[in-house]
Write a protein that binds this ligand. Structure first.
Ligand SMILES: CC(C)(COP(=O)(O)OP(=O)(O)OC[C@H]1O[C@@H](n2cnc3c(N)ncnc32)[C@H](O)[C@@H]1OP(=O)(O)O)[C@@H](O)C(=O)NCCC(=O)NCCSC(=O)CC(=O)O
Length: 382
């Protein structure tokens, strides 16, 4: 676009697409690290629910099947002791949760973002846009301003907060960052995602066991930019195309509380291939076998990954980065996909150093309430 105003020529230039991820950082709260095999004991003890023996047995059965080894949490037994209202749904607890999250969530995001910025190697003041995705912080001015201040971003940084997207928030933020970077020459977009379960935490009941067994706390950050790339900037994954799909008539099966309908893994399994074909621009342009790709899939739960393996006929190990993140951290909602991308690039580097032939093309799949699927086609620069 070119326009002439007061004799001055304004030219809006586009970046040289496609955009790319230039650096990745992750962080977890250090307050509490719980192995999954003691999670039920801990939960029922700290919530004074040990008399609910059948529920606890069921919790143990569920925990064993999650594919999770451990998770990090902001909330500790000590904090819960000071907030008995977090355990009793009859008592008002929203103000206390909001106040706690207002500090904890931007700080967690800061830890991840500082690592991404350090890897990127340029000053934080070179960031032009901030996209902060979280379901865990509700206040105004919003948590993106706090994060920008903590990081020392410049006053003209364009901030946007993405709220309540849940587990597809990371995918949505990356998708939006791609569009911003490609449409604004020189833009460097900081994507930050941070989630903490303290906003949904409650005493165990018949409906929230699976949520308790799956979710953990964490933050991820990615720097996204399009060419021309500066000295020292190294594209990790090119972001080639991106799509969002809402699966019709599934709006009631997933919410940002701990209630997850039992059909979720099946519904995702039934729909991912169509989303992928659309993202690749139709059946003719998709790879002959999905095994030709590398994969970054949101590990919403073990059966979700199992179903994707089955419907896409993936070879064992194709979802290894997702299974690793699920095992080490659990489901950290929108932040999880950044952990998967980080693990994926680590594994690819190791395999490359070992002389293995690596797939050039890949895909991101992230899911959340809606049911919404964010799909992105990636390419790894040679
Ligand atoms: C809960 C599981 C670990 C159980 O593993 P399996 O299904 O292999 O085992 P299973 O069939 O023997 O089930 C064990 C027990 O869990 C119960 N069970 C299974 N799924 C359930 C659900 N969604 N809600 C309530 N109970 C459930 C079964 O009835 C059974 O109870 P009993 O033992 O009494 O017979 C797994 O199904 C799982 O991870 N499900 C969650 C997947 C999911 O919806 N993820 C989306 C997360 S949300 C997300 O990522 C996006 C977002 O939030 O935005």
């Amino acid at each position: 676009m070119t326009a002439r105003t007061n004799g001055k020529m304004f030219i809006r230039q586009h970046g040289e697409g496609p955009s790319a991820m230039l650096a990745i950082g992750t962080a977890n709260p250090t307050n509490l690290l719980l192995p999954q095999d003691v999670f039920a004991d801990n939960l029922f003890r700290v919530t004074k629910s040990e008399h609910l023996t059948e529920l606890k047995e069921k919790m143990n059965r569920i925990c064993q099947k999650t594919g999770i080894g451990k998770r990090h949490f902001h909330l500790t037994e000590e904090t819960l002791g000071a907030h008995p209202e977090f355990l009793d749904r009859e008592l008002p607890s929203l103000d206390a949760r909001i106040e706690m999250a207002a500090t904890a969530v931007p700080k967690l995001a800061q830890s991840a973002a500082a690592k991404a910025i350090a890897e990127w190697g340029r000053p934080a003041t070179d960031i032009t846009h901030l996209l902060f995705s979280t379901y865990s912080a509700w206040e105004a001015p919003s948590a993106d301003l706090k994060l920008a201040t903590l990081l020392g971003l410049r006053p003209t940084v364009c901030r946007t907060i993405l709220s309540l997207h849940g587990c597809y928030g990371g995918g949505r933020a990356l998708h939006l960052a791609k569009e911003l970077a490609e449409n604004n020459r020189g833009a460097r977009v900081l994507v930050a995602c941070a989630e903490t379960t303290l906003v949904c935490f409650g005493g165990p009941d018949g409906a929230n066991l699976v949520g308790h067994a799956l979710f953990g706390d964490g933050a991820g950050a990615v720097i996204v930019g399009a060419g021309p790339f500066g000295e020292g900037e190294r594209p990790l994954f090119e972001m080639v195309t991106a799509m969002q799909t809402t699966i019709p008539r599934t709006e009631h099966v997933l919410g940002i509380d701990f209630h997850l309908a039992i059909q979720v893994p099946m519904l995702i399994g039934q729909n991912v291939e169509r989303c992928l074909l659309d993202a690749f621009g139709g059946d003719g342009d998709a790879p002959g076998s999905w095994n030709e790709l590398f994969w970054a899939v949101h590990p919403g739960g073990r059966p979700i990954l199992d179903n994707i393996d089955t419907v896409l006929k993936l070879e064992p190990g194709k979802l290894a980065a997702s299974r690793h993140v699920l095992r080490e951290y659990g489901n950290m909602s929108g932040a999880t996909i950044v952990f998967v991308l980080d693990e994926l690039r680590r594994r690819r580097k190791e395999e490359d150093d070992g002389g293995h032939q690596l797939p050039e093309w890949g895909a991101i799949l992230a899911f959340g309430p809606g049911i919404t699927v964010e799909t992105m086609v990636l390419r790894s620069p040679r």
